[in-house]
Write a protein that binds this ligand. Structure first.
Ligand code: UDP
Length: 453
């Protein structure tokens, strides 16, 4: 019998690589051997962003091509989805074949991001047991699994276009959802390709022996009881294993922690919008002036790919004007920032990882969602858990400086937000500790990985 050896395959995006990496780091602590597969372009970025203190030597990093030329635009998700499904299954099969028969290197289990359903197909064909990993909310996966019902109810067209803008609920215990989730994809060619890939992945998910999700029953009781096949194993956070997060696509600027150390307790607004969100110059200026108007210290993440020459110039002047009260970094150690005692609130785009990290650290939110599941997560934050406030847009779609500074005041002057989020923090933390629901699910997942091969 060979030792358990998991091949994990990540969808090529920051919000997918980080939690899958965290999952395999947990598995490796239980003696499971790990091969982590990224696309070539993501692999290069992960390796480039490693710092000397990164201790991920336990993982064997491997890359396979995504079918696009190195210079092609990977923000064209439609094209990337097409080329990945054409090229990657064959390459994955080759990789697994190479390891066959090699002492202690044979792959015994595949853990694939749900968006990479074709990897489950490869695993089935090669007789390897398989699990799907969903890095977002169980409610979001539940919604995707019920997409045919939305088509039958004529809310969506069969190509994913929105036929009727409206809100809907999948069950009385789940957050209200809105067709707004589909806006980013509605009508465009790329949107149609992605929508068809979602439908295909829904079918391929049936091949998974296990579906595990970066969530916890305490936060998503309704969704998890409606979809009992989804097993919560989260929150997946490096702090839970007393380690450091790995898998960043940009080098992490840790100097901001020293700056946070110098700020008063519970004073800093942390503003970060994940790995995709873009601002135009007007909105970025309004945000900068909103942060200034709060008269509070702030730490703001502006990714290098968010800026052009004009934005760079504006930010340099702005930083000089604001002096030491504000700090702008291009990529923060977000998990460390959110657990820092100086942080008072999180101005967030509500990506699921950010949502879980904010709640798990007991930080209340100001919500600024952009697309897809971020609207569902905002509904959880504001309406279900009641641990944050949403920002309202003007008719022209702008969030003004007054709206930002007013909402910061409203959030921080009402103690109930922090009190509630601290309750959820405790629940989320208990869940991954001995006796907790996610702990039990993770233990039985490890047992399953380690059994019968
Ligand atoms: N993140 C980080 N540093 C930053 C901004 C984000 O480490 O400056 C991490 C964050 O902790 C989270 C991930 O990047 O784990 C972003 O995932 P999320 O689901 O929140 O958003 P997405 O990028 O998928 O929109």
């Amino acid at each position: 019998m060979s030792n358990p050896h998991v091949l994990a395959i990540a969808y090529p995006a920051q919000g997918h690589v980080l939690p899958l990496m965290e999952l395999v780091l947990c598995l490796s602590k239980h003696g499971v051997k790990i091969t982590f597969v990224n696309t070539e372009s993501i692999h290069k970025r992960v390796i480039n962003a490693f710092s000397v203190e990164d201790h991920v030597g336990v993982i064997n990093f491997v890359s396979i091509p995504d079918g696009m030329e190195p210079w092609e635009d990977r923000s064209d998700l439609g094209r990337m989805t097409e080329t990945m499904t054409q090229v990657m299954p064959g390459k994955l099969e080759e990789l697994i074949e190479q390891k066959k028969g090699i002492d202690n290197d044979e792959i015994t289990c595949i853990v694939a991001d749900e968006n990479m359903g074709w990897a489950l197909e490869v695993a089935e064909k090669m007789g390897i047991k398989r699990a799907a990993f969903w890095p977002a909310a169980a409610a979001t996966l539940g919604m995707l699994l019920r997409i045919q019902e939305l088509i039958q109810s004529k809310i969506l067209d069969s190509d994913g276009s929105i036929l009727r803008s409206q809100t809907f609920t999948l069950s009385s215990t789940m957050p209200t959802m809105s067709t707004e989730i589909f806006t980013a994809f509605s009508g465009s060619n790329a949107g149609k390709i992605i929508f068809h890939s979602v439908l295909k992945n829904n079918n391929l998910l049936k091949l998974a022996d296990r579906i595990i999700c970066n969530t916890t029953s305490e936060l998503e009781q309704g969704a998890l009881s409606s979809f009992p096949e989804i097993l919560p194993i989260g929150p997946l956070m490096a702090s839970n294993r007393l380690g450091k997060s790995a898998g960043h696509l940009w080098p992490v600027d840790t100097t901001c922690i020293t700056w946070l150390d110098q700020q008063p307790s519970c004073s800093v607004i942390y503003a970060a919008f994940g790995s995709f969100t873009l601002f135009d110059l007007n909105q970025l200026q309004e945000l900068a002036l909103g942060l200034k108007q709060t008269n509070r210290p702030f730490l703001w993440v502006v990714r290098p790919d968010m800026t052009n020459e004009k934005i760079k110039m504006y930010l340099e002047e702005f930083e000089a004007r604001i002096q030491k009260r504000g700090r702008i970094v291009s990529w923060a150690p977000q998990d460390k920032v959110l657990s820092h005692p100086s942080v008072s609130c999180f101005l967030s785009h509500c990506g699921w990882n950010s949502t879980m990290e904010g709640v798990s650290n007991g930080v209340p939110f100001l919500c600024w969602p952009y697309f897809t599941d971020q609207f569902i997560n905002q509904n959880y934050i504001c309406d279900v858990w009641k641990v944050g406030l949403g920002l309202n847009k003007t008719e022209s779609g702008m969030i003004t400086r007054e709206e930002i500074s007013n909402k910061v005041e409203q959030l921080l002057s009402n103690k109930s937000f922090r009190e509630r989020v601290l309750l959820f923090k405790e629940k989320a933390t208990n869940s991954v500790q001995k006796g907790g629901c996610s702990y039990k699910n993770m233990s039985s997942f490890v047992k399953w990985i380690s059994s019968g091969h």
